[in-house]
Design a protein. Structure first.
Length: 272
């Protein structure tokens, strides 16, 4: 038996990277999956975003675990589209137990459009995700677990001075406020809400030419270049490391943990 047998997880940004790893890990632990991703390009994002083929690959990987999955293309900025995607999953899978607000972008050095888009996707998108799922979790009366995927940038003041970078840090900090407010609001319903704060993770959002160049420029042009290294001797985390933390937080082993900011960062935040 798996730790999540009989449960259903709703995961945003599930086409690749951390979202895909979370879907596969929770499925391996017994959960069925409702997976969404925009599967389209946002103009201010300079690196290639996920595609429909990426989402199809996630579906195959989840099905290979023996779990069921309902996958839909939807933009977390669009509340109605989120509701429709979630309802499609509920119609087929019957219930909801876990929510992972994972969708995010990092449009560094992208001007004012980058600020608006990263706030809309990373922060408003997380809010929209919880709002879409919350009524069903409350109605069921069985509790539940919500995890917001923030960042080490949600706990410390890192990043460059351009609007996209500032927006990323602001959005990830804002997710902490959302998490804490929802944790208090939903505690009487036995619904737990926590946030996870990774350091750099080996995903297409980080491992691309634009992000590498942005980091190089930030280090070269800063009067006091930040120390971007982790405390432990590891340059980047792997997506499975974040998925493992999610799997623990949503399991009964963490049944009384709520309102927590959990760094999964090889000691990055502790160095600051």
């Amino acid at each position: 038996m798996g730790a999540l047998d009989g449960k259903v997880a709703f995961i945003t940004g599930a086409a690749r990277g951390q979202g895909r790893a979370e879907a596969v890990r929770l499925a391996s632990d017994g959960a069925n999956i409702i997976a969404i991703d925009i599967c389209d390009q946002i103009a201010s994002v300079p690196y290639p975003m996920a595609t429909a083929d990426d989402l199809a690959a996630t579906v195959k990987l989840v099905e290979d675990t023996g779990a069921r999955i309902v996958a839909r293309e939807a933009d977390v900025r669009d509340q109605a589209a989120l509701q429709d995607a979630l309802q499609a999953g509920l119609d087929e899978l019957g219930r909801l137990d876990i929510v992972v607000a994972n969708a995010g972008i990092a449009p560094m050095e992208s001007g004012r459009d980058g600020w608006r888009d990263v706030i809309d996707v990373n922060l408003t998108g997380a809010h929209n995700t919880v709002e879409a799922a919350m009524p069903r979790l409350i109605e069921q009366g069985d509790g539940g677990s919500i995890v917001l995927i923030s960042s080490a940038a949600g706990l410390v003041g890192i990043g460059g001075g351009d609007p996209g970078s500032l927006g990323y840090t602001a959005a990830k900090h804002g997710m902490v406020g959302l998490m804490r407010a929802y944790a208090n609001h939903l505690a009487p319903h036995s619904i737990r809400v926590n946030s996870i704060h990774p350091a750099g993770v080996n995903t297409p959002m980080i491992d691309n030419d634009h992000t590498r160049q942005w980091l190089a420029n930030m280090m070269a042009n800063s009067a006091r270049p930040p120390d971007m290294g982790n405390a432990m001797p590891v340059a980047v985390l792997e997506v499975e490391d974040i998925a493992a933390a999610v799997a623990w937080l949503v399991s009964d082993e963490a049944r009384y943990i709520t309102g927590v900011t959990l760094p999964v960062d090889a000691g990055y935040v502790n160095k600051r």
